[in-house]
Design a binder for this molecule. Sequence first.
Ligand SMILES: [Zn+2]
Length: 147
Amino acid sequence: MAEQAQAADSGPRPIVPFLKLQPKPHLMGSKCGNCGLVLLDTSRVACSRCGATEGFKPLALSDKGKVYVFSVVHQSFPGIKTPYITAIVDLPEGVSVRSNIIGIDAEDAQKNPKQLFDLPVEMITNVVAKDREGHDVVAFAFKPSKK
Ligand SMILES: [Zn+2]
């Protein structure tokens, strides 16, 4: 019995609750039933536009978006490789999500910032760590979309 529970529970773990890994990796938002605003995450207590506190519907968000603004990070926590690109990515549902951008050289991004603004990007996931029980911990990032 205990073994069965363990087996069912042995999958990878998303790093944030609004990252879902099945059936394919995607972010979850909630749509306000009152005004239609879409918010990142499904644990909102109130709509930031109309103040409604109920009637939210979970909504799977697109895995494609566009870079709204970005910054090159040169100093981070010990063990985090720098420089890297962090950005605000706008999703078509009207949600903005903070994420790292991979697949673009950070130094080059700083020299040529125009290449990033409005750049079409798509979400990818990668294993960033293992938790205490040995499960893969999965994070998300965005990379330039294939044309
Ligand atoms: Zn609302």
